[in-house]
Design a protein around this ligand. Structure first.
Ligand code: PHE
Length: 447
């Protein structure tokens, strides 16, 4: 029997949209966006970012959805079956590796968010004073047991959702969590905007320093952020697209997802920057912005501990909905290839992800002496995954849909209805995306 006939499907187009925004909106929109924007001039970065989403993000998300829905199969089957050249299966395996590696350390950072949520909830951080947060965070991530415990809890909760299946697990979770996350985010933004002195934060985010736009590094950072935040190149969009019904209109869905993800990041910026500026702190702190600088802000803010509870709940749950989409990629491949049950596939792959993430978790403590490429372990793996694997995955999708598929195949798979939209899409996939991606990859080698 054709396995695609019994394959699960989203209950509705709305569920598909919510799940995909759940995948896209995660640590990338809050933790990563805020520190990368903070380091790259704020508003100028945001402008470059929006440009990357439009030129590269939107066409690539549509391409991944199209390959997935057309095949109604996991990422390896989709590439292998989408053309007569079976060597394309390798592109599928690359995406599986990308999802696996990404999830291994994503769970570590998400674990920090879980831990902060629980600590604020039980008030165990209330004794900390000015300047204590850096040491607190440093001590926490250096303790082997703690680092691994919280990483484990993230992987376990992710497995718990994926085991329950596409409809009963992933769809049900996103239907509840996504509206809740939107509500928390808006409440936090409203409060942050009401802080005296927050206007400087808004200016930082929205009033560009044009000279920053002359720096190529700003564009490279924006491109990398667009890949990470939309979740391009790891097969997650493709796999979620494979559960979409033929009735779902992919084009409008892509616009809603890309718009929703970008808005999520911007509103997260409205939560973070006014608060940082109102209390005279520096937004260019790098990856510790959310875990050291913000707690400093929460300490000074009236009602700060409630704000902190809501903030870390938001961060934890947004991370969970993304982690789920990453785990679904290899799980779906195992279910089909080895004919294993969803339970068995998910638990085995979850255990492997947990084991693979342990070095990242321990890299701030017992393994801090191990410094590949002169970086910490987590940072090195993050560079490898988000700067190399994701762009490579995006490159292959662009080539596959733009060059391997004929125009008719591509338009058919995406159900393009308007000629100029289709032409623009294909043009961007054929001539713009591959070059921009190659340029980004070249940027890695150049000093
Ligand atoms: N987009 C997610 C985030 O912003 C991360 C992710 C990457 C999810 C790749 C799926 C695929 O946090």
């Amino acid at each position: 029997m054709d396995p695609s006939a019994t394959r699960e499907q989203w209950g509705s187009s709305t569920s598909f949209i919510l799940a995909t925004i759940g995948s896209a909106a995660g640590l990338g929109n809050i933790w990563r966006f805020s520190y990368v924007a903070g380091e790259n001039g704020g508003a100028a970065f945001l402008l470059a970012y929006v440009l990357c989403v439009l030129l590269l993000g939107v066409p690539l998300v549509l391409a991944e959805f199209s390959v997935g829905r057309c095949a109604r199969g996991d990422v390896v089957a989709a590439y292998a079956g989408g053309t007569s050249k079976s060597s394309w299966a390798a592109a599928g395996w690359l995406a599986v590796v990308a999802a696996f590696v990404l999830l291994s350390y994503y769970a570590v950072v998400a674990g920090w968010a879980y831990k902060y949520f629980v600590s604020y909830l039980f008030g165990t951080m209330s004794h900390l004073g000015r300047g204590d947060y850096g040491t607190y965070f440093g001590d926490f991530i250096a303790r082997s047991f703690d680092a691994v415990l919280w990483q484990f809890l993230v992987v376990a909760s992710t497995v718990g959702v994926v085991v329950a299946g596409v409809k009963r697990g992933i769809e049900a979770m996103n239907k509840v969590l996504m509206p809740m996350l939107a509500a928390i985010l808006l409440l936090l933004a409203g409060y942050s905007l009401s802080l005296k002195g927050g206007a400087a934060g808004l200016a930082f985010l929205f009033d560009p320093d044009w000279s920053a736009l002359m720096r190529p590094s700003v564009y490279l950072a924006a491109l990398g952020q667009a890949f990470f935040s939309l979740g391009i190149g790891a097969g997650a969009l493709l796999t979620y697209g494979s559960y979409a019904s033929l009735k779902t209109r992919l084009g409008p869905t892509v616009l809603v997802v890309a718009g929703g993800d970008t808005l999520f990041a911007i509103v997260a910026g409205i939560v973070i920057f006014p608060a940082v500026f109102a209390f005279g702190l520096d937004p260019a702190q790098g990856p510790t912005l959310a875990f050291v600088t913000l707690p400093e802000v929460f300490r000074l803010m009236p009602g700060g501990s409630l704000f902190a509870i809501a903030f870390f709940l938001l961060l934890s749950l947004a991370a969970l909905t993304s982690a789920v989409s990453l785990l679904e990629v290899p799980a779906a491949v195992l279910i089909r290839r080895l004919n294993w049950s969803r339970n068995k596939s998910t638990i085995i792959i979850g255990a492997a992800v947990f084991a693979a993430g342990i070095p990242s978790a321990l890299g701030f403590g017992v393994l801090s002496g191990v410094r590949p490429f002169d970086l910490g372990i987590l940072e090195a793996i993050d560079h490898f995954a988000s700067k190399l694997l994701l762009p490579a995955g995006g490159f292959l999708v662009a080539i596959f849909v733009g060059w391997v598929w004929t125009k008719e195949q591509a338009f058919d798979a995406a159900a393009v209805r308007t000629a100029w939209v289709g032409r623009t899409w294909r043009f961007l996939l054929r001539y713009v995306a591959p070059w921009l991606i190659l340029l980004t990859l070249a940027g890695l080698i150049l000093p």
